[in-house]
Design a protein around this ligand. Structure first.
Ligand SMILES: NC(=O)c1ccc[n+]([C@@H]2O[C@H](COP(=O)([O-])OP(=O)(O)OC[C@H]3O[C@@H](n4cnc5c(N)ncnc54)[C@H](OP(=O)(O)O)[C@@H]3O)[C@@H](O)[C@H]2O)c1
Length: 327
């Protein structure tokens, strides 16, 4: 396993991270013994960053992770998140502190390395959608600073989802240490310029904006919630219905679109579509850690094997530009 620096936090994170979300839902719906085996194997293979959130399984992911790590007596880096409800937006500072206190209890820890604001962002607050405004980030950061002063969190970050302009303006304020960014073969716009005809949201180089601020970059939706694997059936531990982020309107359309990248297997570049998708994200040096949502030991093994092969060759990356132009 290689390690990369998580921006200005200075933390050394494994370039493959363990996604404890509800899509690849091992930590939400899995059997306890299976969770212990898979997490132990991940740690054994060098994974040291685990990404969870209060909202994943309504606290279940944090509770499972806390219990498993305690049982394994494992010392790893944990990032969790606070997702403000519309009501909580009335007193953001208080809500953030209460949420983190709950996360610490479920994670069985006095301290977590990273806390992140989970809400999507827009220029104006959109409470009916659960989106916060650029101004709403200020009280959240005040709360994070309080928690930091109390020794309960090490660093804090934001979610790079929502309106591109809003995300970029928070990045440019320069306070947050990290950002989670949707980056994958279906929508590479956070890291590679796309033509104006590109059909999905243009993140306009969010990864590079963040790197310029020395923020740590956590790449998410690397497999487009599984669509880039080419497999439509969901694992029993997985969320059975998923909404794409910044790609097609629905998962079935993403699956069709993902076929455009199967040539990477046919021409021998990668041994599977999953490998190609993970190696594509690893190819961006500004990405600190590449998260993959995990439902099973087999999925973890595949992600580890892909990571071992490293970034895609430069000529392949150049060829991909032609595919995106054809979208
Ligand atoms: N900040 C945010 O708002 C946000 C949003 C999304 C994700 N995240 C973070 O990023 C992590 C990863 O994202 P994600 O889980 O949404 O999406 P993802 O990593 O793009 O996709 C995960 C899905 O890919 C499929 N998959 C994985 N390995 C596979 C393999 N070898 N063969 C076939 N299919 C495979 C699985 O589907 P099945 O399980 O159905 O088989 C799995 O559920 C999350 O756990 C979370 O920590 C954060």
């Amino acid at each position: 396993m290689n390690y990369r620096t998580l921006g200005r936090t200075g933390l050394q994170v494994s370039e493959l991270g363990f996604g404890c979300g509800a899509v690849g839902g091992l930590l939400v719906r899995g059997d306890h013994d299976e969770m212990v085996r898979v997490v132990a194997h991940a740690i054994d293979q060098g994974i040291n960053y685990f990404d969870t959130a209060r909202s994943y399984g309504n606290g279940q992911s944090e509770s499972s992770l806390g219990r498993v790590l305690e049982e394994l007596q494992a010392d790893v880096l944990i990032g969790t998140k606070v997702q403000l409800t519309a009501e909580e937006m009335d007193d953001i500072e208080r809500a953030v502190i209460a949420s983190v206190e709950g996360s610490l209890k479920r994670l069985r820890r006095d301290y977590i390395e990273l806390i992140q604001l989970h809400n999507f962002m827009s220029v104006e607050r959109q409470p009916e959608r659960g989106w916060v405004s650029v101004e709403d980030v200020e009280p959240a950061i005040r709360a994070f600073e309080t928690l930091k002063a109390q020794g309960k969190v090490g660093f804090y970050g934001i979610n790079g989802l929502g309106e591109t302009d809003a995300v970029h303006s928070v990045i440019e304020q320069g306070q947050a240490d990290t950002v989670q960014i949707c980056y994958n073969l279906l929508n590479p716009s956070a890291g590679i310029a796309v033509p104006s005809s590109f059909p999905f949201q243009d993140y306009a180089g969010t990864i590079d904006h963040a790197a310029a601020q020395r923020m740590g970059v956590i790449a998410i939706r690397v497999l487009a919630a599984g669509a880039l694997s080419g497999i439509g059936e969901r694992h029993v531990n997985a969320a059975q219905n998923v909404d794409p982020i910044a790609s097609s309107d629905n998962f079935a359309d993403d699956l069709v679109r993902a076929q455009a990248f199967h040539f990477l297997v046919e021409d021998g570049t990668a041994s599977s579509p999953v490998e190609a998708a993970i190696r594509f994200v690893l190819s961006k040096p500004e990405v600190s850690t590449t998260m993959v949502g995990i439902s099973s030991m087999e999925q973890l093994e595949a992600a580890l094997a892909a990571t071992e092969k490293g970034p895609l060759p430069a000529d392949v990356l150049n060829h991909l530009a032609e595919i995106w132009s054809s979208f």
